[in-house]
Write a protein that binds this ligand. Sequence first.
Ligand code: IPE
Ligand code: MG
Ligand code: MG
Ligand code: MG
Length: 231
Amino acid sequence: MEAVACAIELIHVYSLVHDDLPAMDDDDLRRGRPTCHKAYDEATAILVGDALQPLAFQLLARDSSLPQAPAVRLRLIDMLSEASGTFGMAGGQAIDLEVQGRELDVAAVEDMHARKTGAIISASVLMAAACAPDLAPARYEALAQFAAAIGLAFQIQDDLLDVLGDVSTLGKATGADREHAKPTHPSVIGIEASQERVHLLHQQALDALAPFGERAAPLRSLAHWLLSRNY
Ligand code: IPE
Ligand code: MG
Ligand code: MG
Ligand code: MG
């Protein structure tokens, strides 16, 4: 299962290295340190992303701790491809850039978030579930609901922190979404309604875990952890 977490983290880090590039969000600071293109240069940051991405898939193909069955490995590779590509992160990032300066309704913002952030968070939960082929479909669906709710809440929280957070605790610049005129929950429905939305989604995520009882304690902690940190 660690290989699934590593593969997700490789895609996550690659997506952030590219997200910070001048052609995208043009950020200089990440996790309290200069972004990759600042510490090195743009070509290096592009290539770092290009190199991290296939490493994730190679890990899924090769790691000996994952289920040996080729069908399971293919499913994992397929799930991560779907979550990272056009219908997931990369497509969501394209929408994010395309809609700068435009007015969106909250449903359109949530659709963008589900792709650019939610898809990878859902994949992290559902790929782990896919390693347990005997899992009942209703349980798989419950996990999908949990992950979709927490993934969306995570991006809304990130957008709130862009308005309310401060650079010394976040380790990245604040006010960037406004500077780029990005439609976000705070800009579309306001701070308070955005905080309520995060709260409601967190509750929905926890409710979805009810059928698992105490066995879902690690997922409850994961939800709490995701909502109390930033990228
Ligand atoms: C990035 O969203 C989503 C990715 C797919 C990487 P943001 O652009 O809001 O993330 P931060 O605020 O730079 O961390
Ligand atoms: Mg971005
Ligand atoms: Mg960004
Ligand atoms: Mg952000």
